[in-house]
Ligand binder design. Structure first.
Ligand code: NAP
Length: 281
């Protein structure tokens, strides 16, 4: 039988969060207050509400305070920008997370850009993207950051490898492509207009699937022995890669759930403590 090794994001995240919890405790001992993450949720989408709750719970367990701003679906771009600007100016708030997506009438980009660069712990602003792309210190988009942690943890050597990224969203496909490029991979970015995806993915030493379509990537799209990162999270806890088929070809593979997801939150918590420590200086 073919031997695919699973990449456990759950295990890696446990280690990362443990370290972050210790740093949060040190911060509290030094300053008398906890690092604080503000979450902003617009509307009443149950999935988004669950994600925000989960992030708040993880914060609490790590000794990070959270502040929540809940706004109605009818919120205007101006009102959302004003609420985020207030958090950006509040010295007791160290990190700000605007839950994506916002209702369609809102200019999400304008709202993201109201996050002060020093508090952009979710790595969504253009300033953070530019810093990351230029290799400067700053906050990375959390899911791409978690993916790179996984690749490092499993000793994946990226230099000279062909990395194929499926998806080009500003929070996932594009930033992960830049991070892979910075590590000297040769990167191909695919999207909905790309022709003959399977012929491209079959040349991938490293494949990152970030499409948002359940089991979109089939087993015979994979190069034997490839490192396959499934960033997708679709209804029914299903990834973007057909898991059972992938285990007949991949060398390393992230499961869904328990792969990329836990590392995303771990990076969010880590960057919140980073922001708090930087604000103290
Ligand atoms: P998104 O904004 O909807 O972007 C999807 C991307 O996939 C787009 O670039 C789109 O191309 C491309 N695409 C769509 N259909 C395609 C096709 N048939 N062939 C090739 N490319 C296609 O999604 P996202 O926010 O990046 O999220 C992607 C997935 O990751 C979702 O399942 C989401 O739930 C998951 N996710 C997981 C985490 C986590 O923490 N684990 C975090 C964020 C997202 P165009 O640009 O041409 O439209």
């Amino acid at each position: 039988m073919h031997d695919t090794q699973l990449m456990s994001g759950t295990e890696l995240a446990r280690d990362l969060v443990e370290r972050t919890t210790q740093r949060a405790r040190l911060f509290r001992e030094r300053t008398g207050s906890e690092p604080c993450l503000a979450t902003v949720l617009v509307g009443d989408d149950p999935a988004s509400a669950t994600y925000v709750k989960m992030k708040q719970n993880r914060c609490r367990n790590a000794g990070i305070a959270s502040r929540h701003v809940q706004l109605p679906t009818s919120t205007t771009t101006e009102a959302l920008v004003a609420a985020i600007t207030e958090l950006s100016r509040d010295p007791d708030v160290h990190g700000i997370l605007l839950q994506h997506p916002v209702p369609p009438h809102i200019d999400e980009r304008a709202a993201f850009e109201a996050i002060a660069p020093g508090k952009d712990v979710d790595g969504v602003t253009m300033a953070s993207f530019a810093r990351m792309s230029f290799g400067d210190a700053g906050f990375v988009s959390c899911t791409p950051g978690g993916i790179m942690r996984l690749l490092d943890h499993y000793d994946v050597d990226l230099a000279g490898k062909h990395a194929v990224v499926l998806g080009r969203s500003p929070i996932l496909g594009k930033p992960v492509a830049m991070l892979l490029l910075a590590r000297n991979a040769t990167v191909t970015i695919c999207h909905s207009k790309t022709r003959d995806l399977p012929s491209l993915t079959r040349t991938a030493d490293v494949l990152v699937a970030a499409v948002g379509k359940a089991e979109f990537v089939r087993g015979d799209w994979l190069k034997p022995g490839a490192v396959v990162i499934d960033a997708g999270y679709n209804a029914g806890n299903v990834g973007d890669v057909a898991f059972d088929e992938a285990t007949t070809r991949a060398g390393l593979l992230t499961p869904v759930p328990g792969g990329v997801g836990p590392t995303t939150i771990a990076v969010l918590l880590e960057q919140t403590v980073d922001a708090a420590v930087s604000a103290m200086r």
